[in-house]
Write a protein that binds this ligand. Structure first.
Ligand code: FES
Length: 241
């Protein structure tokens, strides 16, 4: 887990918020609520909009674009919002605000709750790679050898044979894409993934990942259940997230 200095607490207005760009292309939003500070992803999980430009009353954060809202203490979605905010652990030391970042593999929903041993074996398989803004990671028709986990930066994921997603997904830290590498009889990509900014990724070979999961059926079952939810979400009808 890495500890990153963000700012001095005096920079954050009481019951106010401010965003910061940190190494690796990540934008972090720091919000104050009374005696507490909270840190979240700086970009709206709906579209590419800075949350610091939205509204915040000391309890509820509202994106000004389509009025999605979140509870500032938990990041849970409220009202119209269809996705929670990614929350970072905050430490305040001598008036300095730090965020603690866990590894992208640990943050990945797909691998949440699997055994420590299996997570460690997957960690050993993962190769960390950095890509410049505009890099195409894969295109429709490419072979499906590897899956990816976003560590930092932003990746646009366009799905469908016409190259458009149902709602224009922009992925965030810990999101897994290229999951066709875990499916049988799916040798070619049906989506395109492009870095919207300099991004760091973990790349795992699909076949090797499956071997690790097969050796721990309980963890493998959990991953497959989550994978089916992920696929349903990404292949949902137009208008769905
Ligand atoms: S861009 Fe934030 S709610 Fe739509």
């Amino acid at each position: 887990m890495s500890k990153i200095r963000i700012c001095n607490s005096a920079e954050i207005p009481t019951n106010g918020m401010k965003d910061y760009d940190i190494e690796g292309g990540l934008k972090v939003l720091i919000a104050n609520a009374g005696d507490c500070y909270y840190a979240y992803q700086g970009i709206c999980p709906h579209q590419e909009v800075c949350l610091a430009e939205g509204y915040y009353d000391g309890a509820v954060l509202t994106c000004h674009q389509h009025l999605w809202q979140w509870d500032i203490t938990t990041g849970k979605a409220l009202g119209l919002a269809e996705a929670p905010l990614e929350k970072y652990e905050v430490k305040v030391e001598d008036g300095e605000i730090f965020v603690l970042q866990s590894s992208a593999l640990k943050a990945a929903q797909l691998f949440m709750d699997i055994s420590d041993d299996t997570l460690q074996r997957l960690d050993q398989l993962a190769c960390r790679e950095e890509y410049e803004s505009g890099s195409t990671l894969y295109n429709i028709g490419d072979p499906t050898d590897d899956l990816y986990i976003l560590e930092s930066g932003r990746v646009e994921f366009l799905i469908g044979r016409d190259g458009t997603s149902p709602a224009g997904f922009v992925l965030r830290k810990g999101e897994v894409f290229g999951w066709a590498a875990l499916l049988e009889h799916q040798p070619r990509r049906i989506a395109k993934a492009t870095c919207l900014e300099k991004s760091a990724l973990l790349r795992l070979n699909g076949e090797e990942t499956l071997k690790v999961l097969e050796s721990d059926p309980a963890s493998g079952y959990l991953v497959m259940r989550k994978l089916s939810t992920l696929i349903t979400r990404h292949l949902g009808s137009p208008g769905e997230k």
